[in-house]
Design a protein around this ligand. Structure first.
Ligand code: SF4
Length: 325
């Protein structure tokens, strides 16, 4: 377990800082959410079962670490997105609630624990993501591959989606993950290139795009997927340009969701995009040729990922049938 900076004592309780690099930033007051962003409190019995299984297997989930608003709904259906390689990220993106700092040592038992949880949950489809591990020689690529292989062995009927970091452009990393043959390879662009220096400062827009393009060139049978947050101050034509860039990289599935500010130290919400505007984005994206588009205020990379995977497969078959006809 990583111990982060101790800064405060209230009633004798030490307070751990999740984002030490953000503490010097001025506060951005959190705006009241509009009526269309409402989620149910997590109190379903299956939610508690999912929670207990994650703890029993010693697993970290992005659902909890990112404070995802959909956790009540997803966990009530046993959909949890496991976050491998620890709970501490080596980057410091200004939108992200995952804790930052010195990461934990690699745990060789993690692939088996993830696979065991997937089998016990009886998942048709699983999403596996990770923190950024810029400290590792391969960015964590071999560990991703080990988790994919362990899940395949323990739950052969489960389709596997990985949501990876950019591996800090480490040579051979993408190839290692592709060779393990996930069904879906997701890598999020997150925002438009103009906002990278403030929102995603450790990443490079065209490197992320190249990663997606490389996956498709290495294995065209793997579905590729990418996501954007809106409401960070981007302009509509910039989103259109990103859609075009993703189509040039032959990305199959686009997700678009509203950015929500986790704490006062994170980037401010510039705008709450209306559900109607999301529908417009979805219509345009479909017109640009994505096989599948999910664009709603609460869309997240892994939201409804199992149903979406089935739709993605059906869309590819329909397109291939159309080409053959
Ligand atoms: S949308 Fe994804 S991250 Fe959020 S609760 Fe559902 S599975 Fe977890």
């Amino acid at each position: 377990m990583t111990v982060r900076v101790l800064v405060d004592h209230r009633a004798g309780e030490p307070k751990l800082v999740r984002h030490p690099e953000k503490q010097h930033r001025p506060d951005n007051p959190i705006q009241r959410k509009p009526s269309w962003i409402r989620v149910k409190a997590p109190n379903h019995p299956v939610y508690h079962e999912t929670h207990a299984l994650m703890r029993a297997n010693g697993l970290v989930t992005v659902c909890e670490e990112a404070a995802c608003p959909n956790i009540g709904e997803c966990w009530s259906q046993r959909h949890a997105t496991m976050m491998i390689m620890g709970e501490t990220c080596t980057r410091a993106c200004s939108f992200c609630n995952v804790a930052t700092g010195q990461p934990d040592a690699q745990d060789a038992s993690e692939p088996a624990r993830v696979a065991d949880a997937v089998a016990k949950l009886g998942l048709r489809h699983v999403v596996i993501t990770s923190v950024d591990r810029d400290d590792l020689a391969d960015g964590g690529a071999a560990h991703f591959a080990a988790v994919i292989r362990a899940v395949r062995a323990a739950a052969p009927g489960t389709t596997i989606e990985v949501l990876t970091p950019d591996f800090l452009r480490k040579p051979g990393a993408i190839e290692v993950v592709v060779q393990a043959r996930p069904d879906v390879f997701n890598h999020n662009l997150e925002t438009v290139p103009r906002l990278y220096p403030t929102i995603r400062p450790g990443a490079r827009y065209f490197q992320s795009l190249r990663l997606l393009d490389t996956v498709k060139q290495l294995d065209p049978t793997i579905f590729t997927k990418s996501g954007l947050m809106v409401g960070l101050g981007e302009a509509k034509p910039e989103i259109m340009q990103v859609m075009d860039d993703l189509r040039v990289a032959d990305v199959d599935f686009l997700t678009l969701g509203q950015y929500l500010q986790p704490t006062v130290k994170h980037a401010a919400v510039a705008e709450f995009v209306t559900p109607e505007a999301f529908e417009d984005y979805a219509r345009v994206a479909r017109g640009k040729g994505f096989l599948l588009v999910s664009a709603t205020p609460l869309t997240r990379s892994s939201y409804h990922a199992d149903a979406d995977f089935a739709a993605l497969r059906a869309a590819r078959q329909a397109r291939l049938a159309g080409v053959a006809a």
